[in-house]
Design a protein around this ligand. Sequence first.
Ligand SMILES: [Fe+2]
Ligand SMILES: [Fe+2]
Length: 145
Amino acid sequence: MNKVQWSDALLLGYEPMDEVHRAFVGLLAAAQEAGDEALPHAWQAVVEHTEQHFGREDEWMRRTRFSSAEIHMLQHRVVLNVLREGLAMARAGQYPAVREMAGELAAWFAKHTQSLDAALALHMRRQPMPQPSRARARQPHASTH
Ligand SMILES: [Fe+2]
Ligand SMILES: [Fe+2]
């Protein structure tokens, strides 16, 4: 099986994305190390994190009108559907199939990160900083002073 492992080759230099990717690698590694009993729960954590991970990237692409958004978002959709099928399999006790899927996901992730995500990270690094109004909204009591 293809074991997922963090390596600096996965670093894209856009911290919000690198942070999500590090967390993803941690969760996928945990799923790959999980025994049968723990696998459904560990796989569920991978699926839930991936929903957020892809959702966040999709939102960046939509917000900044990224030119390759369509193909990138399509890959996210397809992969997420497969992972959800994997969750059904894990809950049905089909552990070897889920382990195979985990290995394929690890290989896919490395390729995806170094191609489509790398292009998106470069694009995001060139974006202007977030709007001041958004930054202000995050500060507590900003409206009362
Ligand atoms: Fe990503
Ligand atoms: Fe992506």
